[in-house]
Write a protein that binds this ligand. Sequence first.
Ligand SMILES: [Zn+2]
Length: 725
Amino acid sequence: MNHITRRDLLQKASLAAAAARLPVPGLAPPIAQAAPARMSTYEWIRSPRILIAEAYNPPFYPALDYQPAKAVSIARELNADSLRYPSASYFAYFPTKSGYPIHPELKGDPFRETVELCKAAGLRVIAYVPFNHPFMDSTSKDPRYADWSKKHADGKPMTTSHYGYATYYEGCINSPLRDVIRSLVREVLTQYDVDVMYFDGPYQGMNHGRDFCHCKHCQAAYQKRFGKAIPDQDGISREDDVQYQNWLANEVEIGLFKEIREMIRKTRDVPVLFNDTSLLSRREWRAHAAPVADGFMFEAAETPEEKLFNMQLGQSTGKVTWTYVSTHTQYNREHMKDQSMRGWFSYPVESQELLLDGATAIASGAGLVYWGLSRFFYQPESPLAYESGRYVKEIFDFHQKHDTLLRTLKSQPQVGVMVGSQTIDWFTGKHHVSKAYPNYFHGAYRMLKANSYESEPFLDWMTTPELLARYQLVYVPNCACLTDQQCEMLRSYVRRGGMLIATHQTSVADEHGRTRKDFGLADVFGASFIEPEPIEMPDLYLTTPGGDFVPQDPQVMRIRENGGRVLGETFDRGHRATIGPAGTDNKFGDGYAIYIASGFEAVYEETEMPILRTSFGKLFEPLLAAKRSYMLDYQPGLTAHLMASKDTLLLHLLADTGNKNKHLRPREGFLPITGVKLKLRVPSAPKSVSLLRTGEKLSAPHNSGWIEITVPRVLIHEAVQVDLA
Ligand SMILES: [Zn+2]
């Protein structure tokens, strides 16, 4: 065991410090590196191995136990190539003059010490800078907080929970806090030789992130901009809501981010990334900041499929994407009254999930970020004495070993899956269940994967003709809210020979959820809606021209053909009635479109019924099979992902055969368990031992009243039969 003693640490620290001898960091020339031809930082960020030092928990907060030498030593043992240092969390962790509160136990400058040790060890440093992430403890006597906090209409400050330690005022980005953030960023950038600036935000609240701020600063700014007061959120008109949200998103949050990005470019140009875990969260406007930055991070995902999806969605933007390898702080805490109580931050609590998480991140081509330092900081032994430490190192070692190859590879999507983020933000259809809306785009992606078709999710608001041109087929799963321009891009994509599949309420509304008189894409679908709202009815079937009955989504749009050809009917068995066309297809210009009047991809995501998978496969086969890049028989839990360069094809196989499923009642498939070793107590030496199902005879050495058996394979059920006489 590599037990780290305090003496070891001190020795390492003094050696490293002696080696460092940095000039004044900041605008200093780059330090000569032992390694030849070190890649540029802009190149490096595409595939890093980062260890996070998180400061919302120990060893930074509430007590400040952090030791730079120990942190750098742990990063090296895990084979990270960089460390993320928290310039601030609820407190600042360097002697700042920005006005940000400093941790009361701060001594000296651990930030400077960390940067120097990292540089000496050949590690890069990423500065974590909170961007109006809540930090003001609501029990604090700091008189400035009353001015900086977000306010309800009655003037009461908004508060939020976070990690279970305290309650915090939410900050308003229009208050003088804006200047504190600007100063904090400038200090970090100019006083520390960091390689990357990473922003957590911009936030405008957390628990109350969607509540309008009525503070005097917002009131003054809104009055100046629009000549009126901040609107009352209750019963707000769509027009007022649109105006407020656009102002908040573009002029307040992203406006400040842009200004800060430009300041960094002019002052000391380093890559800028930010936390965009909210990319698909309703009305979290930093989701629209991607064009301002060089890249962003998705934190964790509930399943490997979700992770792969998120990473590809990130990469469709053309930006660098990073992700946690680890489940971060997301443990099951169902029985906790306060859900902000996360359990454990400073314990190596991960499981084999970590390996699958790492493999998924590597397969997707994302940068790896391990959360974090805290898991090993307090442990008595070196990180490698713990399972999760060994797993992190294994992931990082593998990533490093194949670094050159991995950096050249890109995904190879045949299909683009449009993700309706405008629908998430704005759609209020009577039958729209926002919590379950991701089932449409995830279902589309998974159903394609299950039929060996590679796809790439992309964002509605980032759609361009160039992006669409990359795909042989564009799949639009229930994107209710589309702009006229987006409809026109899809229309001309099909007219020029593209293939389109759209489902359910696609294009029933404009980008802000205002219902249209007909589908925005009615001419392309060759179909019109009878009502913009679907109906719900149990026990529906989709009848195909071949006479098959396929379980239909119990929520269907009622449509009539309008230039297209009817593809099957929806049959209501309980009423012995036909509801109408289940879909249409249409030759349009040089291309082809299929419209399906239901959300069968969501039903697949929710049920995993094989009949949906195979029906879908039949629908897609004539369109896509001729150009597919691989074929793999469907197996539950197995996901293939193709990455390729000019010279290499790399087909990743991810086996998610663990025991976690985020959906409550999908139809399950089961994988065999192999090599089940067991001992059975027997009264006497048995005559024979065999398996009841397969009939296989097993060898079973008898030893003092016990036999030992290895069952080679159990698929759902097997039984060991011991015949004694
Ligand atoms: Zn405000």
